[in-house]
Design a protein around this ligand. Structure first.
Ligand code: XLS
Ligand code: NI
Ligand code: NI
Length: 443
């Protein structure tokens, strides 16, 4: 049976199309710099926002009207799986992502929860035999249930630590069974509310112990997907341990975990940390740690994780710039960790939203590719740091300088000359590329 009867398969129709349910810019088969758009972008649908979320917020109930509303419990879970594969096919997306609790209801004990999960993941596996859509990543939700009130792997209660470990163990088994390319760790409650009641040292050590056990178990069962940490500075905790890339990378190095993890960068989490999206992507990239992306955007007027669909072309361009410079995302992808606004409550809105996000990243890809081709930023940056390619600069870079040689140099070099950084000029160039290069490369 069809859940989205009013929607046909979404096709690429090009930028002149007036059809709201068609791609204007995302053409999966189009080749950009040697790879198809589909290969570059590796889009994923978030199960939780698209099939489980009901539009509720702290001030009001859910508003979403969904074709599976008439079902409950396991029937509801099954209906969502059926609807989800219809959705992936109509949208032509290669991936999806889920938390354990998005797909199957919790039972009255852990064993029952496992049974529910087994039923649903078996159903997914069946669909995946014929569907082209694969699992980008799965994860364990260790933040919603009241047992996680004080955290999961960083809880003060060892029973909770054990429970969370059991959930992740099961999650890794599912990842292996469904062939997930990655496994994600987002520690919603791995942080603290106040230092007054917190043993910071023990909590961090325990978090590292937890990650090590996960690495060991994946090895034991032969799961070879990429482990990803998703940094976020706050919300729901006041302070979250995986604050941003720099913090989480220092943590991984301290506990000798850096070879087993990469990062899943979410745009809205970057902005919550006081960074741009591209800053987090760059930090991960230069350290060889860029794994995957939760593609969304925040609201500059609101201070929380609004998880909006990405439509800001400036941001998608600079994000794709980092991704292309990284040589792509490897096993990662662009997962729309994004929800339709509470007022966009009709099923069709789910399609409009994804089409908007996919087209926005397709534009970003093409503009970023052109910027790189023309070396617009590269040649400027190269020239800006030119002083490090010769003379004293070269000595510094090659490790041949010391405070003695530098002092001697500075003493006889009183006339330092700096050059302009040309921020405004560069921003104008990006605007020019956004407006013109896209038109140029599409004809
Ligand atoms: C919440 C996170 C979450 C992760 C997966 O802010 O973005 O959705 O992506 O647990
Ligand atoms: Ni996310
Ligand atoms: Ni988020």
């Amino acid at each position: 049976m069809a859940y989205f009867e009013n929607v046909n398969n979404i096709q690429f129709e090009g930028k002149e199309s007036k059809n709201s349910l068609a791609f204007k810019y995302y053409n999966p088969k189009e080749v950009v710099g040697g790879k198809t758009m589909e290969e570059h972008l590796r889009f994923g649908v978030s199960y939780w926002h698209t099939f489980t979320g009901d539009g509720g917020d702290p001030f009001g109930k859910g508003t979403m009207i969904r074709p599976w509303d008439r079902y409950s419990d396991m029937d509801l879970a099954k209906a969502r799986v059926e609807a989800s594969f219809e959705f992936y096919e109509k949208l032509n997306v290669p991936f999806f992502c889920f938390h354990d609790t998005d797909v199957a209801p919790e039972g009255s004990n852990l064993k029952e929860t496992y049974e529910n999960l087994d039923t649903i993941t078996a159903m997914m596996k069946d669909y995946m035999k014929t569907s082209k859509t694969k699992l980008l990543w799965n994860t364990a939700n260790a933040f919603t249930h009241p047992r996680f009130v004080h955290g999961a792997a960083t809880s003060c209660n060892a029973d909770v630590f054990a429970y969370a470990a059991a959930k992740v163990k099961k999650g890794l088994e599912i990842a292996k069974d469904l062939g997930a390319d990655n496994y994600v760790f987002w520690g919603g409650r791995e942080g603290y509310e106040t230092l007054l009641n917190t043993d910071l040292q023990l909590e961090l050590d325990n978090l590292a112990r937890f990650y090590h056990m996960a690495v060991d178990y994946a090895k034991e069962i032969g799961y070879t997907g990429q482990f990803l940490i998703e940094p976020k500075p706050k919300e729901p905790t006041t302070h979250q341990y995986d604050f941003d890339v720099a913090t989480a990378y220092a943590f991984l190095q301290k506990y000798n975990l850096q070879d087993h993890f990469k990062f899943n960068i979410e745009a809205n989490h970057a902005t919550l940390a006081g960074h741009t999206f591209e800053h987090e992507l760059r930090m991960a990239r230069i350290n060889g740690m860029l794994g995957s992306v939760d593609a969304n955007q925040g609201d500059t007027l609101l201070g929380w994780d609004t998880d909006e669909f990405p439509t800001d072309l400036y941001s998608t361009t600079l994000a794709m710039y980092e991704i292309l410079k990284n040589g792509g995302l490897g096993k990662g992808g662009l997962n729309f960790d994004a929800k339709v606004r509470r007022g966009s409550f009709e099923p069709e809105d789910l399609f409009y939203a994804h089409v908007a996000g996919m087209d926005s990243f397709a534009i970003g890809l093409k503009v970023a590719h052109q910027l790189i081709q023309d070396r617009v930023l590269d040649s400027f940056v190269e020239e800006r740091y030119q002083s490090f390619t010769e003379g004293i600069g070269r000595d510094i870079v090659e490790g041949k300088a010391s405070f003695h040689t530098l002092e001697a140099y500075a003493l006889q070099n009183d006339r330092i000359k700096n050059r302009s950084g040309r921020t405004e000029l560069l921003k104008a160039k990006i605007n020019q590329y956004l407006l013109e290069s896209f038109a140029k490369v599409t004809v």
